[in-house]
Design a protein around this ligand. Structure first.
Ligand code: AMP
Length: 189
């Protein structure tokens, strides 16, 4: 199984590159952000809870997120593996992912860290907000999300370095160029 964690700050291109990885390598895709947005759209209890956190640029509590992730993962019928997009976002989530995969006889094959400078992230997210109307892509919420990224999510870089699965990817460049670097990292596994 090829289990890929695609990692990076908001606006680093995780979703865009995930779609291409899915297509090339035949992986199942879990985007926790997409799962939550679908719940909000459907007006579920989970969606109502999640909306409060998302609109405020905060993370959904770990225990809730971990349950959601395990449910989606176990719903996959088959495939060559999974790409985790937007999960884990905290050390507790990384620990839980490792344990969940281990229970199922699997592990993370690689963690791809898409690094993009902060001013570029801001430009991309504001543009996305204007184009898609995504509620949390406004300047005030983006700033909060970047603070949360640095304080709660960025420590995972060292966590995955210790795990031996960390790979740095320069997230600045053309979509094709970045995808080529990603494929090189995956194909080396
Ligand atoms: P994303 O689409 O991945 O940028 O996620 C949008 C928002 O959903 C985040 O700002 C969080 O509020 C929430 N979210 C997505 N994934 C997670 C996660 N793994 N843990 C906690 N909150 C999450």
């Amino acid at each position: 199984m090829l289990n890929v964690v695609i990692f990076g700050a908001p606006g680093s291109g995780k979703g865009t590159q995930s779609a291409r990885i899915v297509e090339k390598y035949g992986l199942n895709h879990i985007s926790t952000g997409d799962v939550l947005r679908a719940e909000i759209k459907n007006g579920t209890e989970l969606g109502k809870t999640a909306k409060g956190y998302i609109d405020n640029g905060q993370l959904i509590p770990d225990a809730l997120m971990i349950d959601i992730l395990a449910g989606v993962f176990d719903g996959f019928k088959d495939g060559k593996g999974v790409i985790f997009d937007g999960f884990p976002r905290t050390i507790a989530q990384a620990d839980a992912l490792k344990a969940m995969l281990k229970e199922r006889g699997q592990e993370v094959s690689v963690m791809l860290d898409l690094e993009v400078p902060e001013d570029e992230l801001m430009t991309r997210l504001i543009k996305r907000g204007q184009e898609t109307g995504r509620a949390d892509d406004n300047e005030e919420t983006i700033k909060k999300r970047l603070v949360v990224y640095h304080s709660q999510t960025a420590p995972l870089i060292d966590w995955y370095k210790n795990d031996g699965t960390y790979r740095h990817i320069n997230g600045l460049g053309t979509m094709d160029g970045i995808f080529a670097d990603i494929c090189e990292a995956i194909d080396k596994l």
